[in-house]
Design a protein around this ligand. Structure first.
Ligand SMILES: NC(=O)C1=CN([C@@H]2O[C@H](COP(=O)(O)OP(=O)(O)OC[C@H]3O[C@@H](n4cnc5c(N)ncnc54)[C@H](O)[C@@H]3O)[C@@H](O)[C@H]2O)C=CC1
Ligand SMILES: C[N+](C)(C)CC(=O)CC(=O)[O-]
Length: 335
């Protein structure tokens, strides 16, 4: 696995156009993630076509993009970027027929993804790369029904895709490596931070890590060992602050003082074997379900989901600025 340094040399021709020349992107499935992708691509100055079979999809999509736009303005819009460059189409075929890149963000159901990717493959121009936002299905399992599986890749984003830079890119057994390379380069041109994986790891990298934390949190709630509020505070007031600056590895290297990671391992290595974790997932029974939902309602303390989205967006931008991943002011961005 390699983190692609920026800038990378342009990959060889795979698609009908180079990643740098893409002007039109299709977003298929326009819920939380597809809508977030659409907002990101619009803010980067692309023309975006979107399709979603839900009757209220267009209304929801416009609402999501309008809610994201203040954050995107704070980040700095690309020249010509506009919400007016979004076209919501009546059919999947209309959405992708002229697309130079397709981002699929339909529900996480394997059969649905298989059929949808095959339909997208049939409708999109030859050579256009098609990426799935899946949170964990290996592309090998999703590309089974497509006539041209070579152009299908995973492009796993983080919510919201218009703010969180990371995309994990990985192909399946039948994916052309050139498509993986093309997609990685395209995401990078489109302003994302890319990790290109050279093999299919269950849960990719970040979700595998997040899943371990999530599983442990649910064990603590179900056993009455910690409340939802305590779990959240344990991260936002604790390790979460460090993780925004450096990852868990370097953070722990500093736990070893002058001796760095070597001393940390000598000192704390044995606690790896302590019975701290429960590893197996807990049963998501009704009581646990209700405890987690009620705990989150209490934590929201009257704030609506829209309030929380705005609060999260402001906070993430502040963190990106404070840690030097973004220029501190809009003027600096144009220098
Ligand atoms: N919600 C999250 O935090 C993240 C989700 N993902 C992945 O993104 C994908 C979408 O998830 P969400 O946006 O959260 O779900 P969502 O439920 O918010 O949106 C899914 C959308 O797909 C539409 N849809 C239903 N059937 C469809 C079909 N046959 N073709 C196209 N669209 C269809 C629905 O109408 C809905 O608008 C999933 O694969 C998920 O694993 C990835 C990263 C984070
Ligand atoms: C909850 N989730 C597994 C869908 C989360 C992701 O896939 C990535 C994210 O946004 O944290």
């Amino acid at each position: 696995m390699t983190v692609i340094p920026s800038p990378t040399p342009p990959p060889g021709p795979f698609s009908s156009c180079a990643p740098e020349d893409v002007r039109r992107v299709a977003c298929v499935g326009a819920g939380v993630i597809g809508g977030g992708w659409a907002a990101h691509f619009l803010a980067r100055g692309y023309d975006v076509t979107a399709w979603d079979p839900a009757p209220d999809a267009a209304v929801r999509l416009h609402r999501l993009i309008a809610a994201a736009w203040p954050a995107l303005e704070r980040l700095g819009l690309a020249d010509g970027a506009s919400q007016d460059r979004l076209t919501v189409t009546a059919t999947l075929e209309e959405a992708v027929t002229e697309a130079q890149f397709v981002q699929e963000s339909a529900p996480e159901k394997l059969d649905l993804k298989r059929g949808l990717l095959a339909r997208l493959d049939a409708a999109a121009p030859a050579g256009t790369v098609i990426a799935s936002s899946t949170s964990g299905y290996p592309m090998t399992d999703m590309q089974t029904q497509a006539a041209d599986p070579g152009r299908l890749v995973v492009g796993h984003p983080f919510n919201p895709p218009y703010l969180i830079p990371l995309v994990e890119v990985v192909g399946g057994e039948r994916t052309d490596p050139a498509a993986v390379e093309w997609a990685s380069r395209f995401y990078e041109v489109a302003g994302k931070s890319v990790i290109t994986m050279d093999r299919e790891v269950p849960g990719f990298i970040a979700n595998r890590l997040q899943e371990a934390l999530w599983r442990e949190a649910l064990h603590m709630v179900t056993n009455g060992e910690a409340t939802v509020a305590e779990i959240d505070a344990s991260i936002t007031e604790g390790p979460g602050l460090r993780w925004a600056v450096m990852g868990p590895m370097l953070t722990f290297a500093l736990a070893g003082g002058e001796g760095g990671m070597a001393h940390m391992l000598d000192h704390f290595g044995p606690s790896l074997k302590s019975p701290w974790t429960r590893l197996e997932a807990p049963e998501l029974d009704r009581a646990l379900y209700e405890a987690v939902v009620a705990g989150c309602d209490e934590a929201a303390d009257g704030r609506s989901i829209a309030d929380l989205v705005a609060e999260r967006d402001r906070g993430v931008i502040d963190i990106l600025r404070a840690t030097g991943r973004l220029p501190r002011t809009a003027e600096e961005a144009t220098r």
